[in-house]
Design a binder for this molecule. Structure first.
Ligand code: GRF
Length: 204
């Protein structure tokens, strides 16, 4: 499967996914078609280029959402992605972006999307002294963190007494869970060799 990975900043999830396609659980299942950013100076873009990924950027600043989203979708379509993988892509997507890739856009959210939506989910967990939080991989629809959940994993936060420690534990889980969620999704879409077809061939 071809992945378009979208980011706006650091890119640690992108890095984990690229590594998974090269030497990890996504090897032989997925390749990175492009790493795209709405921020041409995003740190993650540099990392992606250094890792040998095709990269593309289109500045969103000062652009009308629908216009930018339509252009971004058009640009991405040239790379023929099977999945659009949001990895710290700090934008709410309009229908102009979602429609061309409907049902094929994924996001990772550092909380249970039923409990917390939007930014600052690790701060939320830390401030509320949660003993655990849930990393969530979900399909993207037109709401903010409202799409169907594909995978969740619990992070034990007991004894995590700084925000940095909460983030460290959470990110470690993010980096594993995103790749596994993609493995499951890709496998579920692969055509299964039909045993009925096999049988009829034998009977003929
Ligand atoms: C991650 O915590 C992710 O869950 C959230 O944004 C952050 C991006 O981090 N959506 P990075 O750019 O992948 O390092």
């Amino acid at each position: 499967a071809r992945l378009a990975i979208l980011l706006s900043g650091r890119g640690s999830n992108m890095m984990a996914l690229v590594e998974a396609t090269k030497t990890g659980v996504l090897k032989g299942l997925a390749e990175v078609a492009v790493v795209f950013s709405n921020k041409p100076d995003a740190f993650g873009l540099e990392t992606a280029a250094a890792l040998g990924c095709p990269v593309a950027a289109l500045p969103s600043q000062g652009r009308k959402r629908e216009v930018f989203d339509a252009e971004a979708a058009q640009l991405l379509q040239q790379y023929q992605p099977d999945f659009v993988v949001l990895a710290g892509y700090m934008r709410i997507l309009s229908p102009a972006f979602i429609q061309p890739f409907a049902g094929r856009i994924l996001n990772i959210h550092p909380a249970d999307t039923h409990q917390h939506q939007g930014l600052h989910a690790y701060e939320w967990a830390f401030d509320n002294k949660l003993t655990e939080t849930k990393i969530t991989v979900h399909l993207v629809d037109e709401g903010l963190d409202t799409g169907p959940i594909l995978a969740q994993q619990t992070v034990d936060l007991r004894g995590a007494d700084t925000l940095a420690e909460v983030e460290r534990r959470g990110l470690a889980v993010e980096h594993e869970l995103y790749a596994w969620a993609l493995v499951e999704l890709i496998k579920s879409k692969q055509p299964v060799m039909s045993s009925a077809a096999e049988t009829s061939r034998v009977l003929k």
